[in-house]
Design a protein around this ligand. Structure first.
Ligand code: PEP
Ligand code: MG
Length: 892
């Protein structure tokens, strides 16, 4: 028989899939002997069964009763017992943390009779009625489906009536009146009574938590975080402990290290006389955890001890939630804590130094995505001026956008392409769509563990929270700063999540200091990018370099980019797009080549291009001396070098309409553009096809390269050029171009007296090339997968159009979880890569294989290419450190 319920004393961290993260960690803390209030966990399997059938699974109720009975026996009182009620919390807890996305119901077991008992034993009527008020409110909205704002409004009305600035100023009579109001509200909205039976409350609360797995916001969060939809959540039922029983009680959140910087030392927020939810909601401002040392030294000492135990046991940064009930410390939750990218590198290196983890584990704990984030630009410190406001630096980075004051507006403006900053007093899970849409989040309340901070950090969004001087007027859609400046919706703000500052207007961005230091290896700006982070990054990269099998090259078309890529650790150039050398002033020469009516005209244009192209190649070969440089022959449709067809036609027509004679050159150009016009240029005359139909083009490019090689050899260099043919679909195309390449190489060798030999290979960008890879490899010395085109041609998605046209709908419908242009589609495009590698190597065992599409710098794709057995990935210079890191992580 399936077992659906586990006591906290039964489980452990290894059961996280079944018990969810929270349940498994509660069991682990119980096993470690830490003070955890007793309880039990209903498994994710029970949730899945419920979600599939819509009914409570058989046997679940029975198991719950049995575990509850044990809990009651140990406590010596029953759930909801009149004179001394046992109360429980009912909380969600999925395998992967989804902060605030699902439901929680506290104080289950209270009813009209037991509220008096609670008042009696706690010695506080106010506390008892406040607890009951919380239950009716949470149960009413979460379980019974009453609009939560109706409860909020009733509470606000009462506070106004009493002139109470805060809930704390409402007395027991007020709160008992409020309970009546809430109950009436529930009756009016649902036609049902608030249930008085504790068992009934518990059962309904559990099912509501299960159902909340599929709430809109939970689905949205999962999609964003790539959490599978079919995992389900566990539910934890735990004896309530109370942090709101007076000044010797309270609740807090703590981290074993600073999750923003990674610095050592206990760190967190504490709120006296409050329940845990109050801390996270940011409703009242918390005090730093260090204050607890003065408020309750005994509990503080114990807390430090427990946190040391946890960090040693988990061998990682842990975060915890705790409550102190009348001087007694209770641990309510722990998990391996989320952290910023900066902190991840610092902590991994520190834990390795402390001997808690190995160098490989340290590498596994950082990520290319985090590194990429640290390499993003920052605000130019010399251009910031005085900040408009200061708050807590909750999630680092710099973002500029227009201020908006609610989630819906953020979503609306984002959809029309505007960058926005979401400004709220505090956020709650309903703000999630707005947070997803915003570049940055700014709140006036709440600590670094508030909802806004935790969620923004998880998303890698910039966030400043607790900017207390700001008065945020959501209704009026404006904010007022400490000095009275009013900022209306639509005003541009610059938010610095690393410093916790907010500026009016758009502050210019500069390169990140981490990036500069990685590139230059200097200590410049050491304060901005702390030494600890840079040293953590360097150590992770060194380890990755030591273990990785994949080489990392760069896509670079200029000597400057090549040199920069090399400083970032590139081991060569995997793709030099020669078309980028034909832009600017050289466009006219290309135009002459295209418009040439005779061979002589064309040769003339090509002759003019030759020295320029040679100079480009010489510079790049010099910058990459001793390392491979893969030069791709011209690829794009030629009309990309000509003026826009419509502009030309309009210009000529306008001249004619004025009765004037249009310029002969314009007419010739228009004629050529019309002749070359293609409905689907990406599937037209481009790639190898150009080389086959435009006489002299391949020869000019190869000659320029060969002469550059000779020049470099004569200068004492070590040039390692490779020639790559784009968009090949059939081996016959490749053979013809290769013959031409060899002819020119031989000519240059003969003329210069220096033998020039370059490997000649092909890009694999068409399904037909992948499927006939064995034949192509008989003549091609290397393959480079152009996964941009290969994705385009495999899916039949125009790479220039589809992302804006319908990808968001495809992502919403779950057809894919990432754009296949960003992360390689394993099943389709990836399969073609695997086939081509296998068949290519079968034909030519020494075949070199690499990838040079955008996927070469995408962390997940790098892992795929490692598994597919490629020799290298090639990506933009800035992504080189990211690819190095991920290529190392792929081995672990
Ligand atoms: C590719 O198609 O993946 C590629 C690298 O070539 P381009 O992006 O220049 O078409
Ligand atoms: Mg391509």
């Amino acid at each position: 028989m399936v077992r659906y319920v586990y006591d906290f004393t039964d489980g452990g961290r290894e059961l996280a899939g079944l018990l969810g993260g929270k349940g498994a960690n509660l069991a682990e803390m119980t096993r470690l002997g830490l003070p955890v209030p007793p309880g039990f966990t209903l498994t994710t399997e029970a949730c899945r069964a419920f979600l599939t059938t819509g009914a409570e699974p058989d046997g679940l109720a029975h198991e719950v009763s049995a575990h509850l009975a044990e809990m009651e026996q140990a406590a010596g009182r029953r759930l909801g017992q009149r004179d001394d009620p046992l109360l429980v919390s009912v909380r969600s807890g999925a395998r992967f943390s989804m902060p605030g996305m699902m439901e929680t119901i506290l104080d289950v077991g209270l009813h009209d009779d037991s509220v008096a008992g609670l008042a009696e034993v706690s010695g506080s009527e106010r506390f008892a009625w406040d607890s009951y008020r919380r239950l009716v409110q949470m149960f009413g909205s979460t379980v019974m489906g009453v609009d939560a704002s109706l409860f909020e409004e009733a509470l606000e009305r009462l506070k106004q009536l009493r002139g109470a600035p805060d809930n704390v100023h409402l007395d027991a009579a007020d709160l008992s009146g409020l309970v009546e109001t809430y109950k009436k509200l529930i009756r009016r909205e649902t036609g049902e009574e608030f249930p008085q039976s504790p068992a009934h409350q518990l059962q309904r609360a559990v099912l509501a938590v299960f159902a909340s797995w599929n709430s809109e916001r939970a689905r949205l969060y999962r999609r964003r975080e790539h959490i599978p939809d079919d995992l389900g959540t566990a539910v934890n039922v735990q004896r309530m402990v109370f942090g709101n029983l007076g000044s010797d009680s309270g609740s807090g959140v703590a981290f074993t290290r600073d999750p923003a910087t990674g610095r050592r030392g206990l760190y967190g927020d504490y709120l006296p006389d409050a329940q845990g939810e109050d801390v996270v909601a940011g409703i009242r401002n918390t005090v730093p955890l260090a204050e607890l040392e003065h408020l309750d030294p005994h509990s503080y000492g114990q807390l430090r001890e427990h946190m040391r135990t946890l960090e040693q046991h988990y061998r990682d940064l842990c975060d915890i939630e705790f409550t102190i009930e009348r001087g007694k410390l209770w641990m309510l939750q722990t998990r391996v804590g989320k952290r910023t990218a900066e902190a991840a590198f610092t902590i991994a290196a520190a834990l390795a130094d402390e001997g808690l983890i190995s160098a490989d584990e340290a590498l596994a704990r950082v990520s290319g995505e985090g590194l990429a984030r640290l390499m993003f630009p920052r605000f130019d410190a010399s251009a910031t001026g005085d900040p408009l406001a200061r708050g807590l630096p909750a999630s680092p980075g710099a973002a500029v956008g227009t201020a908006v004051f609610d989630s819906a507006e953020a979503v609306r403006r984002h959809a029309s392409g505007e960058a926005v900053v979401l400004v709220r007093q505090e956020t709650d899970p309903d703000d999630l769509p707005g947070m997803v849409a915003a570049r940055a989040v700014l709140t006036s309340r709440g600590g670094k563990t508030s909802h806004a901070a935790v969620v923004a950090r998880g998303m890698g969004k910039v966030c400043v929270c607790g900017a207390e001087d700001l008065v945020v007027d959501t209704e009026g859609r404006r904010l007022t700063t400490g000095d009275g400046t009013v900022v209306e919706e639509g005003t541009v703000l610059s938010v610095d999540g690393s410093a916790g500052t907010v500026y009016a207007g758009a502050v210019p961005l500069v390169d990140s200091a981490v990036m500069r230091r990685l590139e230059t290896g200097t200590a410049e700006n050491a304060t901005e990018a702390s030494d600890a982070v840079v040293s953590g990054i360097t150590r992770a990269l060194n380890r990755a370099d030591a273990v990785r099998r994949l080489e990392v090259r760069a896509n670079a078309d200029t000597p400057e980019d090549a040199a920069r890529a090399r400083r970032f650790g590139a081991q060569g150039i995997g793709l030099c797009r020669t078309e980028h050398m034909f832009l600017g002033e050289r466009r006219q020469l290309v135009e002459r080549m295209i418009l040439a009516e005779t061979d002589t005209d064309r040769d003339c244009a090509l002759d003019a291009l030759l020295p320029l192209q040679r100079q480009d190649f010489t510079g790049i070969l010099k910058a990459m001396d001793g390392l491979p440089v893969t030069i791709r022959l011209l690829d794009p449709p030629l009309h990309e070098f000509l003026p826009d067809r419509l502009d030309l036609a309009t210009g000529v027509a306008a001249t004619e309409a004025r009765g004037e004679v249009p310029d002969a050159h314009d007419v010739a150009l228009l004629d050529a553009v019309n002749r070359m016009h293609e409905e689907n240029p990406m599937l037209g005359l481009r790639g190898v096809r150009l080389g086959l139909v435009v006489p002299g083009l391949v020869a000019m490019q190869v000659r320029a390269l060969a002469e550059a090689v000779v020049e470099r050899v004569r200068a004492g260099g070590d040039p390692r050029a490779e020639i790559m043919v784009p968009l090949v679909g059939d081996v016959a195309e490749f053979r013809l171009v290769r013959a031409e390449v060899h002819r020119v190489l031989a000519e240059v060798s003969a003329a210069s007296g220096a033998p020039v030999s370059c490997p000649v290979g092909t890009m694999i960008e068409l399904p037909r090339a992948a499927l006939t890879a064995g034949r192509i490899a008989e003549v091609a010395e290397f393959f480079s997968f152009g996964t941009n085109d290969l994705t385009q041609t495999t899916w039949g998605f125009s790479r220039d159009d589809v992302e804006a046209a319908f990808f968001s709908a495809y992502l919403d419908k779950g057809i894919f979880t990432d754009s296949p242009f960003e992360t390689i589609d394993h099943e389709g495009v990836g399969r073609l890569v695997e086939i081509a590698v296998a068949e290519g190597r079968a034909a030519r065992p020494a075949l070199e294989t690499g990838v040079c599409g955008e996927h070469g710098g995408d962390p997940e794709s790098v892992h795929f290419f490692h598994r597919a057995g490629l020799d290298y990935v090639s990506c933009s210079p800035f992504r080189v450190p990211v690819a190095r890191l991920e290529a190392g992580r792929a081995v672990l």
